[in-house]
Structure formats: C-alpha cells, structure tokens
Ligand binder design. Structure first.
Ligand SMILES: *Cc1c(COP(=O)(O)O)cnc(C)c1O
Length: 363
C-alpha cells in the first residue's frame, strides 16, 4: 500500500481513515444491496436507510429541533449564495443584511444584490479580514428578511467564537466549521454547509431550514431552486449525490462512535488549534498569525513568514516531509493549515514540530 501523507487541504479535505476503510470494504457490495453505492437506485431500501441515517445522525449531533428540515442539495455552498436570496429575499418586500468577515461572505453578498436590497451590516475588508464584529455592537434589525454571516471564513482563518443571541432570521454559512462544535440550531432560520470541508466528499450541501421559512419563500421559483421541492420530497425529487450522502452517514456515525458528540469533538479541535497558535506566538515573530487573537479559527490556521521566498521554502520542505497542501489561498498567500475534525493529533504534532525545526534552521 502507498503511504498516506498528512493532508492539510482546505477542501476537499482529509477524511477519517476508518471511514475511508469502511467505504473501501463496502465499495463492491453495499450490505443488503449486493451492488456498489455508485450503482444502486436512490429509491432503493438500501439508500433510504443511508439517507435516513445521515439525517438522523445530524439531528442527534446538532440537536436539530423537529420544526427544521434537513436537506441534501447539489450545487455546493455557492449555489446557496443564490438560493437563499431567491427564496427569502426576492418577494419579501424587505432587505437582507450581510456580515462580511472574509472572501466567502463577500461572494454571498454579490448574489444577494441580484435579488433585492442588500445591506452590508459589517465589513472586515479594510484591515484584510482579520476580525469579526462583537454581536452586541451590531445594529441588527430583527425585521429584515434575514441576516447572513459566515461562522468560519476558510480563506482568512477567522471564526466567530460565539453565536448571535438577538432575535432575527439568522442565516449562516457553516461550510468550514460544520459539526466541529455544538451550535444552538434553534436560534437560526437556516444553516448550510458544503460537505467537503468537514462532513464528507463534495457533492452534497447540507441545508437545515426552519419550516416557517418554507412558507415565506418566494412563489414561482424554478423547481430545483425552490427549497420546498427538496423539503417535500425529502431530498429525493431528482437523483441525489448518493455517494456523498453515504460518506456523510459514515462520518457522522464515526463522530458519534469516537467522540460521543460535538462537545468532545470541539474540545479535540480546540486542543489541536492551540498547538499551532502556541507555535506561532512563541516564534518571536518568525511566524505571524493572520487573524486577530480573539477570533482565530480552530479549523483553518493562517499565518505568514517574513517574505514570500521563505514561505515557498516552508511549503516545499513541508511537502517533502509528507505535510501537504499548506499554501494559503491564491487570493491571500502565506500558509494555511486546515485541521478539520478528521485531522489527527499526530498530524498536528508532525506539522508543529516541522514549524519548530524550520524556524531554528532559518532564523
Ligand atoms: C468552501 C466554502 C464555500 C464554497 O463551497 P462550494 O461547495 O465549493 O460551493 C462557501 N463557503 C465557505 C465558508 C467555504 O469554506
């Protein structure tokens, strides 16, 4: 067998090894189906069991209340940038508010502007997306169509540590910290997350939507772009991304079996992130973290070195040590280590030790 490297990619990203092994074991004959998950009907009993399992595991992990639907939709989190304002802004007669703490939130705004009045309630662009607003300081209008934010900005490595408490129709892009920590779902109107950061492979986007939002949604939407279609057909209106949903089921089972729930998962994630931030903070300026301390991401750790040449050397040498995918996003440069749920403590130790050695050799 070839050797598996440590994969610090931001998405698609590393998956739990036991999940990959189980998928491998069951690849030719899915138990009870006698055929591969890639070959069976999405209307079969075997697939019904999988999609129900994925939904019920997510409900358990996040304590999703009964009055929320859990949907699996294609088109990535990026399609949600459009579906949200199409469904919830277009015919609302209201405005949508956006809190922009990084690149993804900024993309979401562009789609909303095509659908209706969009206000940027807070924008972290000027200092280069290093911070997040204090919830108390925001002028949140509870009567807007919704207020959108990104819980974790994957590219800049900026994460809200707290969820909003005030009343409003909160809509959150949780793509890159979904199921990494407990979240009070009942405070939200809608939560969405592309699977390929923390929940599985690309293909499915999980949408958790409160039922009264379905009633409010615009009329006359194209069938596939209308949340009601997916809710009324339990995500089986058309052919779903069966393999992605199958792996989401395995990943959520793995969290339940290994960690028991999201509190334990979050504690592990905090511990992993703390090792990086400590390596950065004790480096005497050799490594410089991008995000302000109070909102440092536990999923995507971003930092810079003195100059680009040194950053390239870091990335190349790390690669040779089997520590892969460490280049920051092309829009910001620097280094980014994505340490989602499935990144092991062993992988984190390997990279942190590499950081220390590299610093000694290059200071
Ligand atoms: C990756 C990512 C997206 C885009 O996801 P796609 O599924 O590729 O469309 C959106 N938001 C956040 C926070 C992300 O990390």
């Amino acid at each position: 067998m070839t050797k598996r490297i440590y994969n610090f990619a931001a998405g698609p990203s590393t998956l739990p090894l036991p999940v990959l092994k189980q998928a491998q074991d069951e690849f030719l004959e899915l138990p009870g189906a006698g055929a591969s998950i890639l070959e069976i009907s999405h209307r079969s009993a075997a697939f019904e069991k999988i999609i129900n399992g994925a939904e019920s595991n997510l409900r358990k992990l996040l304590s999703i209340p009964e009055n929320y639907k859990v949907l699996f939709i294609q088109g990535g989190a990026s399609l949600q940038f459009s579906m949200i304002p199409m469904n919830l802004l277009r015919d609302s007669g209201k405005r949508a508010d956006y809190i922009v703490t990084g690149a993804w939130g900024s993309k979401a705004v562009k789609e909303s502007q095509k659908e209706g009045e969009t206000r940027i309630l807070w924008d972290g662009k000027d200092p280069g997306y290093r911070g997040v607003p204090d919830w108390q300081s925001l002028d949140v209008d509870k009567d807007t169509a919704y207020v959108h934010f990104t819980s974790n900005e994957t590219i800049q490595g900026v994460q809200f540590q707290e969820m909003p408490e005030t009343e409003a129709t909160w809509v959150c892009d949780m793509s890159s910290d979904f199921i990494s920590r407990p979240v009070p779902v009942d405070r939200f109107g809608l939560i969405y997350a592309g699977a390929q950061k923390n929940a599985g492979p690309a293909g499915a986007t999980i949408v958790i939507i409160r039922e009264d939002l379905l009633d409010r949604a615009s009329k006359g939407l194209h069938t596939m772009l209308d949340y009601r279609t997916h809710a009324e057909n339990r995500s089986l209106y058309n052919t779903p991304p069966a393999f992605s949903i199958y792996v989401i089921n395995l990943v959520t089972e793995w969290i339940l079996a290994e960690f028991g729930g999201l509190s334990e998962m979050a504690a592990g994630n905090e511990k992993k992130a703390a090792l990086f931030y400590s390596a950065i903070d004790t480096s005497e300026g050799f490594y410089r973290g991008h995000a302000d301390e109070y909102c440092r991401s536990r999923m995507n750790v971003t930092w810079r070195l003195k100059n680009e040449a040194l950053e390239s050397a870091f990335i190349e040498e790390a690669y040779r040590a089997d520590l892969h995918e460490l280049a920051g996003h092309r829009s910001v440069g620097g280094i980014r280590a994505s340490i989602y749920n499935a990144m092991t403590l062993e992988g984190v130790h390997a990279l942190v030790e590499f950081m220390e050695t590299f610093r000694e050799q290059n200071s």
